[in-house]
Design a protein around this ligand. Structure first.
Ligand SMILES: Cc1cc2nc3c(=O)[nH]c(=O)nc-3n(C[C@H](O)[C@H](O)[C@H](O)COP(=O)(O)O)c2cc1C
Length: 355
């Protein structure tokens, strides 16, 4: 997919956002008293949250070229849930996180170091997917009053690192960015390289038992070291784009770098999963708060239901989908291209920014 067919999402923009979206020659407004953005170093905000360190390693690769550049100032904000989520997760605690994740009612964060009065030229927002929605700490940040003040009118680059189901989570995240008046200019997606079916086993083994190494002939869980190292190209491209003031324009900064490859085949499963998480989540939340003993029997029932679904309905649905795929090829290609917006899957500029 090239970017020619992408329309940059401008939904929910306030007037400041439109001003910032103007061509490169216009400078973004600064709060009173702060130096104009054309006379001070460019400021980049990077949001951090990672349990295993995987998403932090990706963010580090992207941020390193920016941090090394004296013309840029990088502020790194680590999100800290008031009650930390465990890693690895105890079995039931893992599933106990799904109702609030799916309903985007996150556990609150400890106070941020940001006040909302800071003026950033670019925001980098790495996030992981939890139960087909943005992870709770990232959702808590985006719905925090400080985020609305920080993000209004600002260009945002999202970076997803997850197992492989991110399509609907990203739609939800786009909604939250739009509510904050932010301008999503790029999206980078990294998914675990193992086959989908294998990751149904290897990912829970990693998240619940801490076993990252593959077993029974299946590959290791998580991203490969090579995928993580490769993301440095996005940092180099962002550095160059900031030097040229391109973050104020309307075009993606990371086009041509193989930022995202979407697989709309997973949409059917994601929609079914989202519906089931939503309905069961509602029931479980009605039983009590996270951790309440009253939720446990329902959670156990849901786990049994989920396993039954994975061993019966999922294979039947995958076979049916494979048989019907030729009829829907055009639609799948169109949907995949839409989900790849705005950065696209083209790789023509990759040699410029690879090591
Ligand atoms: C509670 C929970 C739910 C998850 N749900 C999904 C999911 O729905 N789709 C997906 O692709 N990955 C899912 N993952 C995997 C994460 O997106 C991510 O790859 C992994 O947790 C590593 O992230 P980290 O950098 O925070 O350690 C889930 C992980 C956790 C902990």
């Amino acid at each position: 997919m090239t970017n020619g067919r992408c329309v940059l999402p401008l939904v929910g923009l306030h007037s400041t956002a439109l001003e910032t979206a103007l061509p490169v020659t216009s400078s973004s407004p600064s709060p009173s008293g702060s130096p104009d953005s054309s006379t001070r170093p460019k400021r980049v905000l990077v949001i951090h949250y990672s349990q295993s360190g995987q998403l932090d390693s990706v963010a580090e690769q992207i941020v390193a070229p920016l941090r090394a550049d004296p013309a840029l100032q990088v502020h790194e904000e680590t999100l800290r849930p008031q009650t930390p989520f465990p890693f690895p997760w105890p079995f039931l605690r893992f599933f106990d996180a799904f109702p609030e994740s799916a309903h985007m009612k996150p556990q609150p964060l400890a106070p941020l170091s940001l006040t909302g009065d800071e003026d950033f030229d670019l925001v980098i927002l790495p996030y992981q997917v939890w139960f087909l929605a943005p992870s709770q700490p990232v959702t808590a940040f985006l719905t925090h009053p400080v985020a609305a003040r920080l993000l209004a009118g600002k260009p945002v680059v999202t970076v997803i690192a997850c197992r492989n189901m991110w399509l609907l989570a990203h739609e939800k995240l786009k909604g939250m960015l739009a509510d904050a008046g932010a301008r999503l200019i790029d999206n980078v997606v990294l998914t675990d390289p193992g086959p989908t079916l294998a990751t149904f086993f290897t990912t829970p083994a990693w998240l619940i038992w801490g076993r990252k190494r593959g077993f029974w002939g299946m590959p290791d869980a998580g991203l490969s070291a090579e995928q993580i190292r490769g993301t440095a190209r996005f940092g180099r491209a962002l550095r160059d784009a900031l030097h040229q003031g391109l973050e104020r324009g309307t075009q993606p900064l990371l086009a041509g770098l193989g930022a995202v490859r979407a697989d709309a085949k997973l949409l059917v499963s994601e929609k079914a999963g989202t519906r089931s998480f939503y309905l069961w989540g509602k029931l479980i939340m009605a039983a009590g708060r996270p951790g309440a003993w009253q939720r446990k029997p329902l959670l156990l029932m849901y786990v049994v239901f989920l396993i039954a679904l994975i061993v019966t309905v999922v294979p039947v649905s995958l076979t049916l989908q494979a048989l019907l795929r030729p009829l829907f090829r055009g639609w799948l290609t169109k949907m995949s291209a839409q989900f790849e917006c705005p950065s696209g899957s083209a790789t023509d500029r990759t040699p410029l920014y690879d090591d």
